[in-house]
Structures are given as structure tokens and as C-alpha cells.
Design a protein around this ligand. Sequence first.
Ligand code: ZN
Ligand code: ZN
Length: 613
Amino acid sequence: MLSALTSLHLPHHHHHLLHTFTSPFELKQLHAHLIKTNTPLSSLPLTRIAFACSLTPSFSYAHKLFHHLQNPEITAWNSCLKAFAEGENPADALLLFHQLHCFNVAPDHFTLSFVLKACTRLVDFNTGRVLHCFVEKLGFRSNLFLVNMILNLYALCGETWDARKMFDRMPQRDVVTWNIMMTLLVKRGDMEEAYGLFSGMKERNVRSWTLMISGFAQSGKPKEAVRVFLEMEEAGVRANEVTVGAVLSACADLGDLDLGRRVHEFSSRSGFRRNVWICNTLIEMYAKCGCLEDARRVFDGMKERTVVSWSAMISGLAMHGQAEEALRLFSDMIERGMEPNHVTFVGLLHACSHMGFVDKGREFFASMTADYGIVPKIEHYGCMVDLLSRAGLLHEAHELIMNMPIKPNGVVWGALLGGCKVHRNIELAEVATKHLAELDPLNDGYYVVLSNIYAEAQRWEDVTRVRRLMRDRGVKKTPGWSSITVDGVVHEFVAGDETHPQAEEIIQKWEKLLETMKMKGYVPNTSVVLLDMEEDEKEKFLNRHSEKLALVFGLIKTKPGTPIRIMKNLRVCEDCHAALKLVSEIADREIVVRDRNRFHCFKNGSCSCRDYW
Ligand code: ZN
Ligand code: ZN
């Protein structure tokens, strides 16, 4: 640096440095030299000044420099503003902008765009409003680029009212304008309004479509997400990586394996194979659609994995009752120096509770805080209570609930109630139901469980009391439904539904199956039916459970040997579970059922859950 300074006295070196200085230090040296030699500062190239200034928090220096420049032109300001807006301290751009009026310099549209850029990076709403005034006053209202920047800033600051007002008054809008407004609405969770805007768009780009698809997917409306995706394909718009990730997560929620596979192929063809986020979503999609091997293939094929990839694979294994493999994968993950997060532990605890690994579960629960500093969330408590309750450690489970530092929710009490049913503990079942009734008074599930517990203990008066309670409180039974996809079409069956076009065929086929099943020792378990009706009516009702209807439809509609995949909104009842095991043997089919919280894979007369669910 010293040599650079001395070389300044040599004219050609001076000239050389004039165009190559890069640091604020060199700039200051040059500046000093120019003063000494009485050279006008304007001989310095402005973009270089801006670049050098942007490298350090050098606003005060830039400020001083501008005072020395004689009538700096707007382009000088702009280069410096641009450098500040893109540099480490965008706030310097705002400070410099406030100096503009001291010099009587009128900002042009570049000036405003650079300052707006700084505001956007700073999420500075107030300065944004000031700039909005400038845009109006200086006659840039028709400059869509600037106006969109302001709208985007309002949206980013969450100023919905201002954004909406501005949007409505805009004399012209382009696709960017609409996308900004939709992004804001989607972020606020207002999908209806966002979709309203989307429908009114004359021109849509891939970003507009993707916004809708991911908005629906994230707000628990996977069906809508898929519908918009199919429309997008029809419109001939090519999906990008964000679209692919969003539609895959919708497929995961819907269990739509066919579309999931198709999107996977498209993704590979489009070269998205290395996108870790897409791979993670693929693992989740395949696991949730019951194809654990495909999930594993994606996982094994990943060159780079994050904690999300490992957690997704562990949760997938847990869902399918492969606890040993889940635990093995976890050790593998730790060995590779990967730090687990709270989702990893939800997966591990799930695995333990589905397979009854009580000690392992307790160990993980203690270790997550002790070794990894992760404070258990409600999901972890839910898993632990579930683990203990299933294993019959009901008092320990109850104690854990009473000592929880957070308010137990319906999942936690529901887990205890489930354990009480299996292990026939009426006293704790009543405690759990009391809490559940307070948390979610219109849900029927736990009343059903409680009255089943009474029925099994032959306490008929209590059964009647619970039913009366249900009726008085206006509790409605959640209808059970199951769906099955045949040739890309989703068929839904509601319990007791005889309106399906093929209902007669289904019932006939079921009657035939039933004969064979009864020969193999099947006895309908009518205790799961809670309605006041005669025994044979109950049996008929049982035969119309939605998963049975979907299963028979699948047997009729698919080729022998094809695995049958069914999605169910509620837990599979004991009777259906027993029936499905038998059918898998009689019809020689693999039957995969995804119920509310896990998978059952029925094959050769037994289920992957080993009857522990
Ligand atoms: Zn059933
Ligand atoms: Zn099972």
C-alpha cells in the first residue's frame, strides 16, 4: 500500500491507480493526492468511488466526498446509491438519499429504484411511503417497475391495506403486480381471495401458478393444489422446482401415488435430481403413499442429505412399523456427524411407540434434551404418552401428562384413552374423556371409545349414559370414508354408502368373500358398532365400513396380484383389521391401508403392524 502511495507521484502510475483503486484506503490516498496536486475530483471515475465506498461502512466518507465534488451529477449519486443498496449496509443508501435535496438534485427513476431496493432489503415501510410520494410527485406513476417495487415493499411489510389500495388504484398492472398481490394474500392464508385474483388474471406465468399450488398445499387443501397443477399442465406452462416440490407435498397428503410418480419422472427429466428439497419431499411422498422401498431408493440416491432428509426417512420407517431400521438409520445419522432436530425425535418416538420399544423410547426422550438440548414439544409428549399407554403403563402415562410443562392437547389425552381401551382401565378412561370433552366437545371419537370400554366391562347403564350424553350435546359422528385410486381416478366410499354405481356388484362380491372368511374362522366383531340396533343390523352396518367397500371395489377393478392401496380418514377398526388380514390371504393380494396415523400392510394373512396399533 505504501508503494502505491509513493507511486502516486509518478504520473503514469497515478493514472493507472486512478482507474484501478478498489479499497476505501486507496481511494483516500488518491483523494489526498488530488487535493495536493490541485486536480479536480471529478477526474475520479464515479463507479469506482461507489465500489470502494460500498466495501466498508463508509457513508460519512462518501458524504464528505460528495461535498467536495462540484455539482455532482445524478449519475454520480446513482452509482454510489446502487453500490450502497447492494452492499453490506443498505441503510447508507437511505442516508445518502436524504442528502440529495441539500444539493438541489432531482432524483431520476434509477435513483428511486436503488433507494427502493435498499428499503426492500431493510423492510422499511416508512421510507417506502416517502418514496411512494416521490414517485407520484415526479411523475413516475406509469413506471410499472417502480410502482411494483413499492407494492412489493408494502406487501413485504405486511401492510395489506396500503397494498390493496395501491393495487386497486393502479392504472395498469402486469403479471408481476398480480403475483405480488397474490403472494401477500397467500402468506396471510387468505386462499379464497388469492384464488379470486388468480382467476381474474389475463396473463399468468409459472410463478402465478406455483403460488396457488403451494398456497393450497400448505393450507391443508391438497386436492385444490393438484387440481390447479393439472390445469397448469393443460395450459402448457412448464413447472419449475418450486412447483414440483409443492405438488409432491400435495400428493403426499392425498396419497396420490400415480401423480406423485409422474411428477417424479418429470422432475428427473428436468434435471431437478440434485434439489435436496425436492428429494426430501419425494421421500415423504413415497412413504406416505405406502411405497417405502421407493422412498428408500430416493434417500439412498441422494448425494447430499440434510437433517430433513434423515428425519423424513426415519418417520417413513416409523409409519410402516420398521422400528429397528429407523433406529439403525438414526445411529448412522449420528455417526456421520448429522445433528438431529425435533422432527427426528418425533420420528424416533413414533417408531418406538408403534413397536412397543418402551425402554428405547424413554432413552430417546431423555437424550433429546440432555444430549441435544431440544426441549420436548407437544408432539413428543403425545408420542411418549402413546408409547406408555400402549404398553399398559397407564399410570406412568397419566403422571407424565400431569407433569407436562405445556397444556396437554387432544392427541395426548386421546393416546391415554386408547391405552385405557386396550388395557381395560375404566377409571383413567373417564379422566381422559373428561379432558377430551373440554378440549373438543363436538368430536365423537372418544365418546365411542369410552362407551366401548363400558360395553366390554358389561356396564350397560354407563353405555346408555354416554350415548345419551352424545345425543344431548349434539355430538355428530365423524363419517368414516376411504378412497382408492384406480386408473388415475380417485373413488371415495363413505361408511354405509350404497349409492355407488357399482354398489350391488361390490356387495355381492363381499358376500362371497364373507363365506370363505367365515369358513376360515372369521366372526364379525359387532362390539365396534355403537348404534342402538339389532345384532344382524349391526353386522350389516359393519359390512359397509368404508375400507371394506373400497377394498372390494379394488379387487373387482384391478388385475389379480396388483397391490391395493386404500386411504382412510379414521383409525381402522378391529373388525376391518381382522377382515383385511383374511382377505389378503384369500384373494392373494397385498393390501396397504393408510389410516389416520399409520400404515397397515396386509399380506398373506397378517399385518405389518403385528396387530399393535
Ligand atoms: Zn371397520
Ligand atoms: Zn395392522
